[in-house]
Design a protein around this ligand. Structure first.
Ligand SMILES: C[S@@+](CC[C@H](N)C(=O)[O-])C[C@H]1O[C@@H](n2cnc3c(N)ncnc32)[C@H](O)[C@@H]1O
Length: 284
């Protein structure tokens, strides 16, 4: 910005040097040149872009997540430095930059090029430009397959449009939203921030569940599972399951008085029971 003003300053100096005789004319010209310099300066050094809360976006307006909720969303998503986070509709980049400050790699996808430029500047100022990246693009086109954590502050209707893609991600992928739900795919956890947050203060977490619907073979008889998102119903050796659910690849259910916990890995499951026994199941 400073360099852009140099031609205007040089013009002022050369005109002043020539006009040494008639002081009145000199004064008038100096005033005129000053005015011109101000205009030229203003034209060559535009004000930095400043977004306005509520400004239009492609599918949803820009409203920033309060910083206290950004922190809570990352806590809820159990973000670690080994994780890669994607923020869909990244706005001024605050979630991505906060993730990068925690040592994670993070990507913001944002349709508005001015917001992308602003976010990149802020990431550089925060000295996390190497870990915080921003792409200008449509969030519906983004490749989400590499993310362990996905954050969104969009709209319920957009969440619903994204839902099939989110459910198809690797089991265990964490999805965290600011405030908005995904209808009958109930959140695994919901947290409210009460300090330093006056609006948009709720974070919701979903963990993409493994796909377990069907009949599994076990030495104790068939384990029959019906799945609705992370919620399970079914039978084990003919006895109904109680409190059966998934959290990513972790499965848990109770049969009679025995609690089963285990891990799903493709077409096999294994785990332990509350009685200290081990159990396995496979899907033909
Ligand atoms: C409510 S703001 C959230 C900003 C940021 N994630 C936060 O939590 O502070 C939604 C953002 O999504 C952007 N957006 C809207 N439609 C989009 C689209 N189809 N693709 C990418 N970004 C979009 C808007 O420009 C806006 O910056």
């Amino acid at each position: 910005m400073e360099r852009a003003k140099q031609p205007a300053r040089r013009m002022m100096l050369s005109v002043e040097t020539v006009m040494t005789t008639r002081s009145g004319v000199r004064l008038m010209l100096t005033v005129w040149v000053l005015a011109l310099a101000t205009t030229v300066g203003a034209q060559t050094a535009p004000k930095p872009y400043e977004p306005t809360v509520g400004q239009a976006g492609k599918d949803v307006v820009w409203v920033p997540t309060p910083q206290a909720l950004v922190e809570k969303m990352l806590d809820l998503g159990q973000l670690t430095p080994n994780d890669y986070l994607i923020d869909l509709g990244s706005g001024d980049g605050r979630t991505v930059i906060t993730a990068a400050r925690r040592g994670s790699r993070a990507l913001g996808v944002e349709f508005n090029p001015d917001m992308v430029a602003l976010a990149r500047r802020s990431a550089t100022e925060a000295k996390v430009g190497d870990r915080a990246q921003f792409v200008e693009g449509d969030l519906f086109e983004a490749d989400l397959s590499k993310a362990q954590v996905i954050t969104m502050f969009l709209l319920p209707s957009i969440n619903m449009k994204l839902r099939p893609k989110l459910l198809g991600l690797k089991p265990g992928t964490r999805i965290v939203t600011n405030s908005f739900t995904m209808e009958d795919w109930m959140a695994d956890e919901t947290v409210n921030v009460t300090e330093n947050c006056s609006s948009w203060c709720q974070a919701l977490l979903w963990v993409v569940p493994a796909k377990v619907e069907g009949t599994w073979q076990t030495p104790q008889g068939p384990l029959v599972l019906q799945q609705t998102f992370q919620m399970l119903n079914g039978t084990f050796g003919g006895t109904s399951l109680v409190d059966a659910k998934l959290r990513g690849e972790q499965i848990m259910f109770t049969v009679g008085t025995v609690k089963y916990t285990g891990t799903v890995s493709g077409t096999s499951m294994k785990g332990t029971t509350s009685t200290g026994a081990t159990w396995t199941a496979t899907k033909p």
